[in-house]
Design a protein around this ligand. Structure first.
Ligand code: UDP
Ligand code: MG
Length: 139
């Protein structure tokens, strides 16, 4: 299994606020190499599938509405220890709890609209990357 890759989405709030460039710049400056990248929009079915692990949670419906309301930027990132290091770079799920300098501290508004996604394991990074990208789109 590839263990030096993770998957991210810049969520609709980040795109709406014009933060694509600033967030990608921070990701690059933090040592991650972008090996796949696209602006795309999730369908309701896409978002339900992507977040199926949360389907019993009270926020699931709102999460699906939020994630489908506009375009996202999907990317696969490469770096040693990518999954863990990227979770550190984005900060806690709730930006109020996120460390200074993290992407969520800098760019997120709330626990629901929190600017970025980061895979939580190598296994999920591979599943999530394959959900959004064909092999020929990964460099
Ligand atoms: N979320 C939410 N309310 C919550 C917890 C999570 O709306 O109380 C949303 C939020 O957008 C979060 C996503 O659901 O990023 C997935 O939740 P998870 O616990 O996996 O957080 P993450 O891995 O994104 O930090
Ligand atoms: Mg998660």
């Amino acid at each position: 299994m590839v263990t030096n890759r993770t998957f991210t989405m810049l969520k609709p709030d980040a795109v709406e606020k014009g933060n694509i460039g600033a967030i990608l710049d921070k990701i690059s400056a933090s040592g991650f190499k972008i090996i796949a990248l696209k602006l795309t929009q999730m369908t309701t079915n896409d978002a339900k599938t992507f977040y199926a692990i949360h389907k019993e949670r009270p926020f699931y419906g709102e999460l699906v509405d939020y994630m489908t309301r506009g375009p996202i930027v999907a990317a696969i990132l490469e770096k040693d220890n990518a999954v863990e290091d990227f979770r550190t770079l984005i900060g806690a799920t709730n930006p109020a709890d996120a460390a200074e300098g993290t992407i969520r501290k800098l760019f997120a508004d709330s626990i629901s609209e929190n600017a970025v996604h980061g895979s939580d394991s190598n296994e999920n990074a591979a599943i999530e990357g394959a959900f959004h990208f064909a092999g020929r789109e990964i460099f």
